[in-house]
Ligand binder design. Structure first.
Ligand code: ZN
Ligand code: ZN
Length: 122
């Protein structure tokens, strides 16, 4: 049994710290920590509307593109509510009105933005 393999498949949070204006930090069982910025979380919303899985245009990722000059007039993005969904996910309600994204632990673990997870996927 390999430790690396166990870590990848261990998508159960040990502890979750939520800051509605900053983001979510999850300590996973198995010792890994993921720190998600609000903009990053919004970008990785897994719902059909944002991912384009209903044939719509996927929502552009704000954190991956150059700042749009029009965006400086928008209020800073934050989370209005973070609700548990069963014991496998959280639903996030955003200040931009979006609230259909259900972030499963597996999804969050997969999109962990830390350097070792990002380089491991390359
Ligand atoms: Zn969405
Ligand atoms: Zn990571």
């Amino acid at each position: 049994m390999s430790d690396t393999r166990a870590a990848i498949h261990e998508a159960t949070p040990e502890h979750i710290a939520i800051s509605k204006s900053k983001g979510i930090i999850i300590d996973w069982k198995g010792g890994h920590q993921s720190s998600f910025d609000v903009v990053y979380l919004r970008d990785w919303c897994p719902c059909a509307g944002c991912t384009g899985s209903h044939g719509t245009t996927p929502r552009p990722k704000a954190s991956a593109s150059a700042p749009n000059p029009f965006q400086m007039f928008q209020p800073r993005l934050k989370m209005l509510a973070v609700e548990p969904v069963g014991n496998y996910a959280v639903r996030i309600e955003w200040s931009d009105g979006h609230n259909t994204g259900i972030y499963s632990w597996t999804h969050l673990r997969t999109v962990c933005p830390c350097e070792s997870c990002q380089s491991g996927k390359a």
